[in-house]
Write a new protein. Structure first.
Length: 367
């Protein structure tokens, strides 16, 4: 298969290497010229950790060059870059391609569907609930790869193409994927915000001083119980949309092979299993800049659409906005840009299954 990777961070490079390891051809494009120049000079990705080796990739100067012959096009970049990357890719997408959002945040797949419908193009869009493997950039073109994750939830728009989308991902990357009922199930079962944001917030002295700290060890019993309240609100919203909500505790048991009766026990078990420093050392880390606007704020917007009170989440959004001196509510595409303003939970659920029909998208311009 020919696979286009859009992005050049840890997720992009580790995904590219895994695809090459599995016998596929990868073309990579970044919107940042210095990343393109540096990676083109290398012509490969070097991995250490869970799998090791040097994996050749083609690094190109334009998005269209990466996408032209691709069977799969994967956007692997922070959520704040998704809109710009979609815009760059949009003119080149063909209906037979599979577009992958790695990872799904803030319902980016719905924005993709609306933009593509405006072009009268309807490829298969695939949401990944989480990355296939944990990875950290360790140098130019170098990544340290962590454990590959079993049971990565995926869904497609339209949902009727789910089996084909999962099969393509399995061929490209391996048998790691579990098919879910809709993209809304992926969006509302994004567990990162409910523990990443509190972990960073209540570890700010370590973060601001750039001191190494262990994420799991700092999720103490009181913080664990607070994360549980946030998770309860998320699951209530999911139930209003008819989505099977996966509790954070269940996700941790499955994705990390942990044992424990509750979040307090599970976080403690994770600290033993993964004792090395793993917490962010910058206040601008994605734990806040992505998981707050594209996660917590997104959950709250859907909660408002479904008349679900979320006092704990609202307080956290206000507190983080005050601390950072910025309004996180305005940083990610809201329901208006996603084409969902004024829609009922039932209609939002239908759009998450079927996507935007070209005629509907053309009737209302995308901001």
């Amino acid at each position: 298969m020919n696979i286009a990777i859009i992005g050049a961070g840890a997720v992009a490079l580790s995904s590219a290497a895994l695809a090459v390891k599995n016998g596929h051809r990868v073309s990579l494009w970044s919107a940042l010229p210095h990343e393109v120049a540096a990676l083109r000079a290398l012509g490969h990705v070097t991995c250490e950790g869970e799998f090791a080796g040097t994996f050749p990739i083609a690094v190109v100067a334009e998005a269209g060059q990466a996408i032209a012959a691709a069977d799969i096009v994967m956007i692997a970049a922070p959520a704040f870059a998704h809109r710009a990357l979609m815009t760059a890719c949009l003119p080149h997408v063909r209906p037979e391609q599979i577009l992958v959002m790695n990872t799904a945040t803030g319902f980016g797949s719905m924005l993709w569907s609306r933009l593509l419908a405006g072009r009268n193009v309807a490829p298969t869009i695939v949401d990944l609930a989480t990355t296939i493997c944990m990875a950290r950039v360790s140098g130019t073109g170098r990544v340290r790869v962590g454990p590959l994750k079993p049971g990565v939830s995926v869904a497609t728009i339209p949902a009727a193409r789910g089996a084909a989308g999962r099969a393509a991902l399995t061929e490209a990357f391996g048998d790691y994927f579990i098919l879910r009922e809709s993209a809304l199930a992926i969006a509302l079962n994004n567990h990162n915000p409910v523990y990443h944001v509190p972990a960073l917030l209540f570890s700010l002295p370590n973060v601001e001083r750039a001191e190494p700290w262990n994420l799991w060890r700092n999720l103490t019993p009181m913080i664990a119980r607070y994360a549980g309240k946030l998770d309860d609100e998320r699951m209530t919203v999911a139930s209003r949309f008819g989505v099977e909500a996966i509790p954070l505790a269940t996700y941790l048991r499955t994705s990390m092979d942990l044992q424990g009766d509750d979040l307090v026990a599970l976080f403690a078990a994770a600290a033993i299993k993964r004792p090395l420093p793993s917490g962010p050392t910058s206040v601008e880390d994605r734990y806040m800049t992505e998981d707050m606007p594209y996660g917590m704020v997104f959950f709250r917007a859907l909660g408002q659409a479904a008349d679900v009170p979320m006092p704990v989440s609202e307080h956290l959004i206000d507190l983080c906005s005050d601390l950072y001196g910025r309004d996180f509510r305005t940083e990610a595409p809201g329901l208006a840009e996603l084409g969902l303003t004024g829609q009922s939970p039932a209609e939002i659920s239908r759009l998450a299954r079927d996507g935007f029909h070209p005629a509907a998208a053309l009737r209302q311009s995308v901001p």
